[in-house]
Design a protein around this ligand. Sequence first.
Ligand code: HEM
Length: 146
Amino acid sequence: MGISADQAKALKDCIAVVAQNPDGNGKALFIKMFEMNPGWVEKFPAWKGKSLDEIKASDKITNHGGKVINELANWINNIDSASGILKSQGTAHKGRSIGIEYFENVLPVIDATFAQQMGGAYTAAMKDALKAAWTGVIVPGMKAGY
Ligand code: HEM
């Protein structure tokens, strides 16, 4: 299951905005992820046992957040040919004890982060395209690496 050309365009327009500030938006994504799923902190060796305030203050959240946004942009900008990279990221995350269900459950976090960071520039078409790409391409692509 792929996504339509219109959906791909909407999603690329969306990530183009988000990727203008990978570090800031990546930090926001991590904060949102831990606010919505506090237990997920335990999966990150650098942050295990730390409070959200401590994590917010760590340099690593910015650096790490930037890498995640750039990776997300890489997937989205190559959405029609991303199966290889998705598969290898699936395997890499499996190796860190991150089950595929974390990826299934992270969509509301990404959606809420884009809504917060983009405000009115995050359109309904972008939101729909994100959901279609996540459920139809990204999660199945990662699953192939598990
Ligand atoms: C939103 C989609 C995601 C993307 C694009 C993504 C991407 C990445 C990338 C690129 C790295 C390597 C970073 C580096 O080399 O420093 C990484 C590491 C990692 N990811 Fe993800 N990830 C995502 C979601 C998740 C989720 C949902 C979890 C678990 C709740 C997770 C857990 C981890 C862990 C534990 C590491 C290793 C961290 C470390 O080395 O300290 N990721 N991820």
